[in-house]
Design a protein. Structure first.
Length: 331
């Protein structure tokens, strides 16, 4: 057995020794009444392009505000899906891509409040812990997209298990996860890995996409410097930067996209959402843009009393208009 393979298996063994095991049912937090959740690897064995020397999994606690599940993952060896099943499934599902500037993935080991809200609406929610290019995976900048496509295919291949209609799967993403959401919306058909099992013939195109305070452009001055550096390397040339600017290549088969941003976002310029909206408009893709005056980066998705906020309810209306089975007033 190669040393790389041993290192990968060591990472998997470490996960198996942790309190939350891949594939084991977890208690879904919150009062949404959703069924027990689970967490499992998306690849059978090593993910494609394991770098020489392997990758050692790492997660760190992000805050000291009393949330024991507020993690960031600077290194991901085993990409995972966390599933939050709907107690009364409508047949719809949503796949979420967390942010982190492609330097880390900001997500816990249990379903987030957003996933629990979707599950409470009858939409089975999935959150993806995806790999990062800086760990040296051979696909480079396409590494996160490999995981995004694979996750969508795994969801559809196993849809009956969760009461999901394979044709009724949406995606949402936040910050750099918004870039990944835009990437799968526009590059769902790109061949970024060789098929590994019977799940891979499944379509990776989402029914509808929601990009929240997203990184979109990789070309300065709109580019988010950290995301650009982590995805493309320290000195990407103009051609590479353009190739990974989601707004510059919006094909005719791109699904409908909702964009939401705060004008005072000091981390990711709201011009990213404007640029994506213009890219969709030029390609005649149904799109909706919401820019609020104040809110900063990561504007709250919930009101202080726990109700879904403006952006989630607007996404629900937009997604319902475009076929997602989610309850929505005014859809």
């Amino acid at each position: 057995m190669s040393s790389d393979r041993r290192k990968f298996l060591g990472s998997l063994s470490a996960l198996a020794a942790a309190p939350l095991l891949p594939g084991r049912a977890l208690a879904a937090a919150g009062a949404s009444g959703v069924a027990a959740s689970e967490r499992f690897p998306i690849w059978p064995g090593s993910p494609p392009g394991l770098p020489q020397g392997g990758v050692t999994e790492e997660r760190v606690l992000r805050s000291s505000k009393g949330n024991p599940d507020d993690f960031a993952w600077p290194h991901v060896a085993v990409p995972m899906l966390t599933v939050c099943p709907a107690a009364k499934p409508s047949g719809a599902a949503v796949l979420t891509f967390p942010g982190g500037g492609y330097a880390r993935v900001a997500m816990g080991t249990r379903p987030s409040a957003t996933s629990r809200w979707f599950a409470g609406q009858g939409v089975t929610a999935f959150e993806l812990l995806y790999r990062l290019p800086h760990d040296g995976w051979t696909a480079g900048a396409d590494t996160p997209l490999q995981d995004a496509q694979r996750a969508m295919r795994v969801i559809r291949a196993n849809a009956a298990k969760w009461g999901v209609d394979p044709a009724n799967v949406a995606t949402i993403g936040f910050s750099a996860g918004g870039h990944l959401c835009g990437s799968i919306a526009t590059r769902f058909a790109a061949k970024v890995y060789e098929p590994v099992d019977a799940a891979d013939p499944q379509d990776a195109r989402p029914l509808v996409a929601g990009m929240f305070f997203p990184v979109v452009a990789m070309v300065p001055p709109l580019a988010h410097a950290q995301s650009r550096r982590e995805l493309l390397g320290p000195n990407p040339d103009a051609d590479l930067s353009r190739r990974y600017s989601v707004n510059l290549d919006v094909p005719a088969a791109t699904p409908p996209i909702l964009l939401a941003h705060a004008a005072d976002d000091a981390v990711v310029d709201c011009g990213n959402s404007l640029a994506m909206f213009e890219g969709c408009r030029a390609a005649k893709i149904p799109a909706e843009l919401h820019v609020i005056e104040k809110g900063g980066h990561g504007a709250p998705l919930f009101e202080p009393d726990g109700r879904a906020g403006l952006w989630l309810t607007r996404f629900a209306r937009f997604a319902a208009r475009h076929g997602l089975r989610i309850p929505s007033d005014g859809a």
